[in-house]
Design a protein around this ligand. Sequence first.
Ligand SMILES: NC(=O)c1ccc[n+]([C@@H]2O[C@H](COP(=O)([O-])OP(=O)(O)OC[C@H]3O[C@@H](n4cnc5c(N)ncnc54)[C@H](OP(=O)(O)O)[C@@H]3O)[C@@H](O)[C@H]2O)c1
Length: 334
Amino acid sequence: MVESTTTMSKDDIPSLMTAAHQNGYGEAFDVLTLAYEVPVPRQLSSNQILVRVYAASINPIDWKLLNGNLSLIIRPSFPHIPGKDVAGVVVNVGSSVKRLKIGDQVYGNVHNDEGAYAEYVRGKESQFALKPSNLTMIEAAAIPLACETSYQALFIKTSPSVGPKSKVFICGGASATGWFAIQMAKAVGAHVATTCSQGNVSLMEKLGYKIIQEANEMTDDPQQLLVIDYNNKNFGEVLQDQNYDLVYDCVGGEQQWLAARRILKRGGQFITIAGDDPEASISLNTVFTLGPRVLSRKLGSVFGSSHHSYMFHMISTSYSELDHMRTAYFGKGK
Ligand SMILES: NC(=O)c1ccc[n+]([C@@H]2O[C@H](COP(=O)([O-])OP(=O)(O)OC[C@H]3O[C@@H](n4cnc5c(N)ncnc54)[C@H](OP(=O)(O)O)[C@@H]3O)[C@@H](O)[C@H]2O)c1
């Protein structure tokens, strides 16, 4: 279903809007309010666009920023409009914007700039791409951050890039990032295995692959997806010495790395997007404890004391990747 959107002229853009306001660090109920007379960010730099928001989604980074876990490195001034992932319609463009135009339906991730939980959001043209036309605004708003992160991990940060015959293990297949990663890896013909809780095996079945839960049932059938219930089994034990090319960690915690080392081939890659501390409570204590541990893994992989490479991947936004995700995957119903 594609919902109808109204075309606005620049003159129709109001001066005030409703937006969520974060007034400090803490639980959502304590620090979030709805503000009704917030100035619409109508002034645009030459490379910016103004988007009327139809849908915005919530990612773990939103609550990590809300409760102050990341306040050592990202410090918004309050009140702050939260939210990153968004889908909507372009209502104005800066003077050097060429790719997008007023009336375009777009999706994007405004990164750490301005918040999407508002009626209008301003962002750089480069943070947005045309929305897949076969998806609703709500569906499209759920894509950018999670899908682009996984796209980059599988196809840009992994060398050689994931392709047919790659053996890929995804920690956390029921997470948004894991869910997209499974589908993109399968779409290019990779052999994929993943972890999730038993309760989410039915979610995996909705993907349409042949779900197996026992490693000894694995064949060369590209339609198979091995799902391991992480509450009952350690994937490192189940798949010991199975020579995986890549373990993509969407869960975090040291145990993912320890288990991954048992299943990776010599020279295989471990890419985490959550690191050792999934809560990302970055404090001076974390810097002094987790920092050296992660650094030694990284150095070990560079200087050869470890047989596997270790990488912490942080998303960088790119419209061309959002475009490619639309044409290569969502537009083709993959
Ligand atoms: N570095 C970056 O640029 C970047 C970008 C995006 C996200 N992230 C981070 O990556 C992580 C995942 O993000 P997301 O949006 O995909 O999260 P999400 O959708 O909120 O994922 C939550 C899911 O993780 C699963 N899970 C929890 N513990 C697990 C375990 N031990 N083993 C397997 N699955 C487990 C749970 O599934 P079950 O119900 O099956 O247990 C839960 O449904 C977050 O920490 C997020 O902050 C980082």
